[in-house]
Design a protein around this ligand. Structure first.
Ligand code: NAP
Length: 259
C-alpha cells in the first residue's frame, strides 16, 4: 500500500534511538523527509546515516533538549512547516511517590505533557491551513494500566491523554488527526533501564524481572521497535484521515481488559 506521504516533512522528537527512531525510519521508508531531534549529536549522526542508507529522503538533525523552550525553538526552526509531528521524550524516573518532589513532578509534566502540547500549539494551525497534518504522541501502556512505581509517568501522560481527547475532535474536518500510541514492553535502552530500576527496588536480578515481565505478555516476547514504527507510519498515512483521538495499545496482548 502507498501511504501517500512522499515528499512530506516529519519532525520526530527524541528520535535518535528506540521508538522515536523506529517511527522516523518507517516514515522515511514511505518517502517522508525527516528532522530528528535528540540531545546527543553522536547518536543523531548514526541514526541519520542509517535512514539515508535505507531511503532516498532528506534527513536533518537537531541536537537539543526537546523539553526546554530553547530546544523546541531549535527543532521548530529546522522544520518550518511539518506535515507530521511525532511527540516523544524520555520517560520520568521510577520510584516511590513519597520521594517525589515538586521539581520531579514539574520535570515530568514538562517532558511528557507540556512539551507535546507546546509543539502541537506551534504546528497545528499551519497543518489546518495546508489541509494535512498527522500528530502522533508516544505515551505508554501505563496510561491504560498504571505501573505503580511509575507514578510520575502515569500522572503526566494521563494529563496529556485527557487534553488530546478534547483537541483531537477539533481537527479532523481539516484532514489533521491527533492520536496516541501506547507502547507496552519494547526492547529499547529505556526499557532496560526500567528493568534495572525494578530489580534494584525489588532485590531481584534483571533477568528475573525480565522473565516476570515476559510471563505477563501473551506474545511471549518484547516488542520490536520496528513494529511500533510501522504502526506509527500507518496512523500518519493519507488512508488514516478518519482516525483521530485514539489510543493505540501495542503490547503483545499484555493488557487483559475487553476495551
Ligand atoms: P530510548 O530507546 O531510550 O530512546 C530515547 C530517545 O529519546 C533517544 O533518542 C534519546 O536521545 C531521546 N531523548 C530522551 N530525552 C530527550 C530529550 N529531553 N530531548 C530530546 N531527546 C531526548 O527510549 P524508548 O524506549 O524509545 O522510549 C521512548 C518513550 O516511550 C519514553 O518516554 C518511554 O518512557 C516510553 N515508553 C517506552 C516503553 C518501552 O518499552 N520501550 C514502554 C512504555 C513507554 P538523547 O538521550 O541523546 O537525547
Amino acid at each position: 500500500m502507498d501511504f501517500g506521504l512522499k515528499g512530506k516533512w516529519a519532525l520526530v522528537c527524541a528520535g535518535s534511538k528506540g521508538l522515536g527512531f523506529a517511527c522516523a525510519e518507517a516514515l522515511a521508508e514511505e518517502g517522508v523527509n525527516i528532522v530528528l531531534v535528540a540531545r546527543g549529536q553522536e547518536a543523531l549522526d548514526v541514526a541519520a546515516q542509517r535512514i539515508r542508507k535505507a531511503a532516498s529522503v532528506e534527513v536533518k538533525t537537531v541536537a537539543a533538549d526537546i523539553t526546554s523552550v530553547e530546544g523546541r525553538s531549535l527543532a521548530l526552526e529546522a522544520t518550518a512547516s511539518p506535515d507530521i509531528l511525532i511527540n516523544n521524550a524520555g520517560g520520568p524516573p521510577a520510584g516511590d511517590f513519597r520521594t517525589f518532589t515538586s521539581e520531579d513532578w514539574i520535570k515530568a509534566l514538562e517532558a511528557n505533557m507540556l512539551t507535546p502540547i507546546e509543539l502541537i500549539k506551534a504546528v497545528l494551525d499551519g497543518m489546518i491551513e495546508r489541509k494535512f497534518g498527522r500528530i502522533v504522541n508516544i505515551t505508554s501502556a501505563a496510561v491504560k494500566a498504571p505501573i505503580p512505581i511509575l507514578g510520575l509517568s502515569n500522572g503526566a501522560r494521563a494529563g496529556l491523554t485527557g487534553f488530546i481527547a478534547g483537541l483531537s475532535r477539533q481537527t479532523p474536518m481539516h484532514n489533521v488527526t491527533i492520536n496516541n500510541i501506547l507502547p507496552g514492553a519494547f526492547a529499547t535502552e529505556t526499557m532496560r533501564g526500567r528493568m534495572e530500576a525494578m530489580a534494584k527496588q525489588s532485590g531481584k536480578t534483571v533477568d528475573e524481572i525480565a522473565q516476570q515481565r515476559l510471563n505477563a505478555i501473551p506474545a511471549g516476547r518484547f516488542g520490536e521497535p520496528k513494529e511500533f514504527g510501522q504502526l506509527c507510519a500507518y496512523i500518519c498515512s493519507s488512508q488514516a484521515s478518519y482516525i483521530t483521538g485514539q489510543n493505540f495499545l501495542i503490547d503483545g496482548g499484555g493488557y487483559p481488559g475487553t476495551l
